[in-house]
Design a binder for this molecule. Sequence first.
Ligand SMILES: [Zn+2]
Length: 482
Amino acid sequence: MTEDIREQWRDLVRRNCLRYDGPADGSCWVPELERAGRQQIHDIQSEKLSLAYRYLWQCSSFYRKKFEEAGLGPESIRGLEDLSRIPPTHREEWLEDQRQNPPWGTFSPLRHEDWLQRGWMFFSTSGTTAAFPRVFRHTTFDRDIWTYLGARGLYSMGIRRGDISINCFSYGTSVAFWGMHYSLSHMGVPVISGGGASTERRAMLIENYKPTVLMCTPSYSLYLGRAMQEAGMSPRDSSIRLVVASGEPGAGVPATKRRVEELWGAEMHDHFGCTEVAMPPLGYTCEFQVRRQDGPVETHIMEDVYIAEALHPDTFEPVPEGTPGILVVSNLYSEAQPILRYVMGDWITITTAPCGCGKTHKRAVGGLRGRHDKLIKIRGLMFFPAVIEDAIRCLPEVGDEFRVVIDRVDDMDQVVATVEPSGPWIDRDAKELRARVARALKGSLGIRVDVDVVSAGSLARAEFKADRLSDRRPKLAVNPSQ
Ligand SMILES: [Zn+2]
């Protein structure tokens, strides 16, 4: 029976990978799925959810126990209507599972002997949220599905044969690079691997070999572009026409997107996922959204292979469409991690309103807004670090780098922002610049912020992922419903 369910699952996933080998037309890889009616999407999700549940029930001791504790039986989940009966999984549970059952844990339905026969890659989290890195195994079956899904996402951004890509993500044990690499190969788009190269070498690769697509974090796209300018090169006049940003909010932060697009003379796309449950692309932009001038980018969720829910952070009940909630994701395609209702923890606002590109899959308004545990409360007001970034980078006279320190002085929250001018330093400009930044932050946050101006280039450049905000107050529990 166990063999049956494994094979049944792989068969169902394969059957739903329509147009595996290539796109239907110039605008959409698989219109049968990406432009499906909402009822059809519902039916696809229901069928896969029910089988994924039975697969986990039979093949993962971690999930069997979790389901039984929730009062569920082997046939309890028949479709999407039963989704809310499945208890959410938090990252701490996997951590504990791997600690108790090293090195792999028992959550994955993949058997070790399968990995030895059909193994593809070992992946690992960086260990930034836990000293103990969580590790994951994937098979060549998973690789082939990632390849196809990634290609669909990149095609939606406008990447075509004739493009050349330079991928600056590391060749390490994180998932970001690998999915993109295989997808680009599948599309017939050559890859220049910038993964192990220095910034100087990447600039030279762009100048000499004319890639048209740059893949990196938003922070690094600014870092690399400025480094090229300092070396006398022009990113704006370079061959790059698309920047595919991943790893941190950026394409969904309007001022950062504008900055990157002006710096490179290119369109900036958003591409997100997570190691545990949503190997990229969970979210990917379309050409219509990226060219909009009337609001934040809305990033499509690939709904034939994921169920994305926005839930209240305390009750885990669904919030109404258009209301911010915590992102909880179910994976409907993986052999190794068909995980249901994993709490990614990012804030997301979902819309199903029609998109100008014709795709019917729901969208994340402004992409992922930041993780719940990064939400900041100052003087009774809640906001995301990205709001500060947007307010500061709206001002062209301010450089890309900034720092914000929140502290408590005499029982009062005190916020100090340190910025640099974007142009040559003139002492008398500092006062005016300070006032403008303070006004912008007051306008966005609704609180007074003290501003320091330091000379251009004196703040350390964030090269890969940036953490520009430091909260030095004693830790308080943060609840956005308050
Ligand atoms: Zn669209």
